[in-house]
Every structure is written in structure tokens, then in C-alpha cells.
Ligand binder design. Sequence first.
Ligand code: SAH
Length: 361
Amino acid sequence: MTGTDCDNRQNKTDIKSLDFIELQEYVLKMGQKSFRAKQLYQWMHQQLVTSFDEMTNLSKAFRGQLEERCLLNGACVTERQISKDGTNKFLMELADGNLVESVWMQYKHGNSVCISTQVGCRMGCRFCASTEGGLIRSLRPSEMLDQVYEIQRVTGERVSNIILMGIGEPLDNYENVVKFIRMVSEEHGLHISQRNITLSTCGLAEQIKRLAEEALTITLAISLHAPDDALRREMMPVAYRYSIAELIDACRYYIQKTNRRITFEYSMVEGKNDSVLEAEALSKLLKGLNCHVNLIPLNPVKGRMGQRSLQSKIEDFKFTLEKNHTNVTIRREMGRDIDAACGQLRNKNKGGKLHESICKD
Ligand code: SAH
């Protein structure tokens, strides 16, 4: 067991999910001066302490009250796997015993953490392992923050980039995810630049438009995976809810409002969506849009759709997009040697269900 013990007591205030203003109100209600909120916030969100006892500039009596009323730890590391390339996969336990996965990747330009936003997922993408058992529940801000904090504590290294691409659909947990983004980027907390945060969605068009109004400077990534509705519907049930035309409209609105370039993710499934014809259709679809395509070689999941496209097919696809003036990169794969174990990590602890998060960038 690495990290800290999870607090299993229920019916307590989830104090780490309170933003700075909410914490000030909370502290005032407890009869304390408002500057105590700043101290408390910094202990939780900058010093990353895991017990009230460590908050030594608060009185013993106040710490005792907090201990009694509040839940401090949202998630804690229960297992860690280290890949030869330095990628680490963590199994995180939540206070109610549920499990999620987070991944830590080291790059020359800094360290990235890929976090989960829900326990399970209800989007049903046919190739994805995270959706197999459906949605259990959404994560609270504290549970997303603690995935980042725990990794920073355990590795001893500063996190500079966050990717919301683990288990779950971030826009299906809209309020908590937006609150998490604001809290992790705010000056009293880790102060991670929103430009270094990427949110990946399967394409909930209405929520994308709503997100456009939040004045965030994050990068939005859309899991497109197909250039037409018929093919997309075979791969992703969400495509029945929103057509590609509706999705692209929402993306156009997002770009116009935020002036940010969108990334389209395209997981390549052998013989399904990887032909030159599809590449041409994709270029046509994205023409004139301020965007970039990220090709992801499928990570085949037992019992789920598809095999990985041949490398030559991926290269041909990329070449066709480039020929048609579409910006494209192939996702660099990290931690391949521990890939298989990714879902097994949760599986082993849950007795049967295979859950997997795909966290490569
Ligand atoms: N729910 C969000 C984030 C989840 S996963 C979304 O749909 O975007 C992040 C990316 O990995 C998505 O593009 C997802 O479609 C893709 N993905 C899921 N399973 C995969 C697999 N087995 N192989 C390759 N990519 C996969």
C-alpha cells in the first residue's frame, strides 16, 4: 500500500470539494476568521497534506472540529505499476471503496497526469473497456483533485499537465469537472495553467456549447473516430443522440467563442475506419475548421470491438490527411508494456470486470 489511508466515514462535509469562496463561508460559519480559509485551502491544495493534524498554524481545537465534521481524503493510491518507459499507472481507491485508474507520464516538457472523471461510464463506445459495467457514479471535485495530488505526493514530482481521458465521460459530470478545472488552476491551489489541461469528450454537443461559455482556456478533444454517421453509430452509441453535423456545429461554436483549436481523436480500428476513403471523407468534413487530428492506434480490449490497424494503414491515413491539408499527428504510445495490466489492475480488485482507461498522448 502506497500513499495515505482513505477516510471511510460518511455523512461528512467533503471539504476538499469546496472552492475558495465556499470554504471562506464554511470557515466563517464555524466561527473562525476568514483568513483561516486561506490557510486551510493552502494546506489542502498546495501543501497537499492528508491529515488535519499537519495543519500546524490552525488551533488544535479548530483542527479537532474539522476532523469531526469533514472528510479530507477523496482518493488514495492503492496500487502502482511502473512501465519501462517511466509511465506509471495507479489504482486509486475512493472513500466508498470504489476504484478508478490514473496514469502519470513523463515528458521532456513536464509531467502529465491522466485522470478518471467517473466510476465506469454510460456512453457505451464499442471498443472501450471503461463502459462495460455501465456507470456506477460520477466523481466529486475532491476525488479528481486527489488523483493529481496523490500522484504528486507519491512521485515527488510536480504535475504540469492534466488530461481528462481516464475512465468516464467528463461532460456527463459537467459541474464537478468544470469546478475541478477551476480549482486545480487557481492561484491558491496547484495553479496549473488551463492551457495545459485537455478535456476529451465523446461528443455531447449541448454540453460542448455550454462549455464554450465558461471562459476556460483548456484544450478540447473530441472523440470522433469516424467521418460519417453510419460508421460512427456502429462504433459509438452516442452518435445516435447527436449527428456529426450537430457535433461539428457545436465545435464551430466552441472555436468561435474560445478561439482555441480543437483536437479530433481518431482511434484506428483495422478494416473499420482506417481506409484512404475514410481519410478523404474526414479531411472534407474538417475543412476550414481550426483543428488538429490525433490518430490513436486501437488498444484492443478482450470482448470489445476491433483490432489495431496495421502501421502501414495508419501511415497511409496520415499521408492522405496531410495531402488534403489537415493537421495530423499519430499519438505517441507510452507504457505499452503495462497496457494489458491497466484494466486488470481494477479487474483484480473487483473480482471479474475488466475496466480499462486509455491514457496515452
Ligand atoms: N469519455 C471521453 C474520454 C475517454 S477515453 C471520450 O470519449 O473522449 C480517451 C480516448 O480514448 C477517447 O478518444 C476514446 O474514444 C479512446 N479509446 C477508448 N478505448 C480505446 C481503445 N481501446 N483503443 C484506443 N482508443 C480508445
